[in-house]
Design a protein around this ligand. Structure first.
Ligand code: FMN
Length: 153
């Protein structure tokens, strides 16, 4: 699942790579209804990072979910800058998922071109990201998620 807010579709590129390996559909928050998510043994939740947090629409589609015990989830994000230690947004989203009963299987982050605000003046930060190396790393991560989902561990 990925947010539709994207300017650059950076996270969509990662979501597509994850979806390829996991043979899974990529959904927008609007498509990710409780009825759809209840059918999946493994769900990835991801978006670009905005104002040091995930897209609110992604968070909003998690809160109304029923008890998702027995299902695995993972978190993924692209951001212009690395996650700061004082604002661990991937950890926070993981806690929200665990609160809904998901077992948190892992998280994946990488840089994504950021042309927001003053960064535009210098052509953006994290130019060219996600790149082929990021996509390869995302695919490796997806393989590990696949093993967890198959094992049920
Ligand atoms: C309004 C706005 C706020 C942003 N806030 C942050 C931020 O707090 N931290 C960060 O590292 N990147 C930030 N970024 C950069 C995005 O996280 C980055 O470009 C990301 O790859 C966007 O993913 P997307 O193309 O899938 O939406 C921001 C970008 C925008 C447009």
């Amino acid at each position: 699942m990925t947010s539709s807010r994207s300017q650059h579709r950076n996270t969509r590129r990662i979501a597509d790579a994850l979806g390829d390996v996991l043979e899974a559909r990529v959904l927008t928050p609007a498509q990710a209804t409780p009825a759809v998510l209840e059918q999946a043994a493994l769900v990835g939740f991801g978006s670009g990072i905005y104002w040091m947090g995930f897209d609110q629409r992604l968070v909003d589609c998690i809160r109304p979910l029923p008890d998702m015990s027995g299902r695995n989830a993972f978190v993924f994000a692209t951001s212009g800058l690395p996650e700061p230690p004082f604002r661990r947004y991937t950890h926070r989203l993981g806690l929200i998922l665990e609160d809904r009963g998901f077992r948190l299987a892992g998280s994946f982050t990488c840089r994504g071109l950021d042309t927001w605000g003053p960064f535009k003046l210098v052509g953006g930060v994290s130019k060219g990201r996600p790149d082929a190396g990021d996509v390869a790393a995302a695919k490796n991560f997806a393989e590990s998620m696949r093993l967890i989902a198959e094992d049920g561990t």
